[in-house]
Ligand binder design. Structure first.
Ligand code: FAD
Ligand code: SF4
Length: 473
């Protein structure tokens, strides 16, 4: 066992699986606090009169109160406080970018040692994971009788819809979630790997929703298997669209169609949803590259690079056109990747792939860059260094340069107004779209963002729906 090296002095380190060992398995990397560790970390909280952490949390968890309640020895009520505004705490405690949210604004962060709020949230939530779904529910907000007439449909089963479904069913609505894939959870199951977010954690949260009488219909594609009008004709009073933004962007360079060049979405879906890592128990095919290159610098790129290592790659290079400073991935993920042996090629951009006689990718031509003036987002623009090109061997190339909305549903529903980026336009407060009684939230509205922001949007939309259906008393 070893501790992550990223942690500022004074903060309780998170135990983690040894880097050399974890490179060969898909088990969870961060092992979680013990009770003593959690208590020691919680004891650092100042219980501020004006706690900035609450505003920094996109769903406004009452952080000082849950910490104080836990410190007083009442872990059950600490859990209840978290669950009041966050229906997926064991998920969020693992994957939320707390360093730019609650922890980023924690009063103690001025001294560089914010409270490890996410780790405490995870510790408390994990203590209740062993409960069956029914008991888990009893610890959440009280659940009224479900009215079968108050039918609401959610399309897509990612964190936005799961949150909307949980909120609505806890206010008496009969919710059905329609998901295009054969498993429920969205990116939580097909994108984020087991070693960061065990699928059993997601399954537990879904089981609690089923206990709350939420129905899940899988292999059902909005815009193909059914239309929004079909749902209203079947008596649904409102529809929530949480279909995410899962269509990958590509590099648009020569050779990109070669065998062995994947989108990160496809690569990660084969591994996570198709369990390709568990061959021969699961026989989903995946290419096990020897010299792997990954293009991009976000969480998706880190996940793909770390999966490739675990599938036996001898070398994995993350090719990124800016510097380490601008990497958008979570700091902890970058550090874990480095510990495991992922290498970074900064200020590098691919220009073309070279292909062998069988049409398989064999190498990539890479252009060296330098940083120029800031762009509209404030990040320095990468600028080509003319003539400075080299070639890197690669037999598996994974493209992780962002995603956009999938047109399947949107193309068949012209009553939905889209913005110029192709995302669904909604009223920012009610989350209603231009199609009356149709609401939307999560990545389909914002573009690729975070789990917690999708959850926050799902909750806002569900609140409006519940109010409209007269469920708020
Ligand atoms: P999704 O999670 O994308 O779920 C949408 C669901 O809708 C999917 O299950 C999809 O199959 C389904 N669907 C799509 N079209 C249809 C249709 N027509 N009919 C029926 N169903 C449909 N965020 C973080 O906060 N922390 C992280 O560490 C992090 N890591 C990430 C790693 C990866 C590899 C990826 C891809 C994303 C990561 N994110 C992370 C981003 C985060 O997962 C997303 O912002 C979040 O999942 C968006 O939630 P959502 O509910 O809007 O959509
Ligand atoms: Fe505790 Fe930090 Fe929140 Fe203050 S801002 S209450 S120190 S977690």
């Amino acid at each position: 066992m070893q501790n992550s090296p990223d942690l500022p002095a004074g903060r309780m380190p998170m135990p983690a699986q040894d880097a050399a060992a974890r490179r060969g398995n898909f088990s969870e990397v961060a092992l979680g606090y013990t009770l003593e560790m959690a208590r020691a970390e919680a004891a650092r909280c100042l219980h501020c009169k004006r706690p900035r952490c609450v505003d920094g949390c996109p769903v406004n968890i009452d952080i000082p109160r849950f910490i104080a309640t836990f410190l007083a020895g009442d872990i059950e009520n600490a859990y209840r406080i978290i669950r009041t505004t966050n229906s997926l705490p064991a998920v969020c405690g693992r994957v939320c970018p707390q360093e730019v949210q609650c922890e980023g604004v924690c009063v103690l962060s001025a001294k560089g040692v914010p409270i490890a709020i996410g780790r405490l949230e995870r510790f408390i939530a994990d203590n209740f994971l062993h409960l069956d779904a029914c008991d888990l529910l009893r610890l959440g907000p009280a659940c009224p009788r479900i009215d079968p007439e108050l039918k609401v449909a959610c399309i897509g089963a990612g964190p936005a819809s799961l949150t909307a479904a949980g909120y609505l069913s806890s206010h008496g609505c009969k919710v059905t979630v329609f998901e295009g894939l054969h498993e429920v959870g969205g990116v939580l199951v097909y994108g984020i790997p087991e070693f960061r977010l065990p699928k059993a954690v997601v399954a537990k949260e879904v089981a609690a929703l089923k206990e709350q009488q939420v129905d899940f219909v899988t292999n059902y594609v909005g815009g193909k298997t059914f239309s929004l009008e079909d749902l209203f004709n079947q008596g649904y009073k409102a529809v929530f669209l949480g279909v995410g933004a899962g269509l990958p962007h590509f590099l648009d360079i020569p050779g990109e169609n070669a065998s062995g060049v994947f989108s990160a979405n496809e690569y990660l879906t084969r591994i996570n949803l198709g369990r390709a890592f568990a061959f021969p128990e699961y026989d989903t095919p995946v290419i096990r590259g020897k010299n792997v290159t990954v293009y991009g610098g976000g969480n998706v790129a880190m996940d793909a690079a770390r999966c490739a290592l675990r599938l036996g790659a001898e070398s994995v290079h993350v090719v990124y056109r800016r510097t380490a400073e601008e990497l958008p991935a979570r700091r902890e993920e970058i550090e874990h990747a480095v510990e495991e042996g992922v290498q970074f090629a900064f200020l590098n951009a691919p220009t073309s792939f070279n292909v062998d006689e069988c049409g398989r990718v064999a190498s990539v031509n890479i252009q060296r860059m330098r940083l120029g003036d800031p762009d509209a987002s404030g990040r320095p623009t990468p600028v080509v260094t003319p003539g400075d090109i080299y070639t890197l061997q690669t037999d598996l190339a994974i493209v992780a340069v962002g995603t956009r909305v999938n047109p399947v549903l949107l193309d068949s529903e012209p009553r939905l107004t889209l913005n110029r980026k192709g995302h669904i336009e909604t009223d920012p407060e009610t989350m209603e779209t231009s199609y009356p009684n149709v609401f939307a939230g999560g990545d389909i509205v914002t573009g690729s963002a975070t789990v917690i922001s999708a959850m926050g949007a799902g909750r806002r939309a569900a609140h409006t729906i519940a109010k409209r259906l007269g469920c708020l008393g």
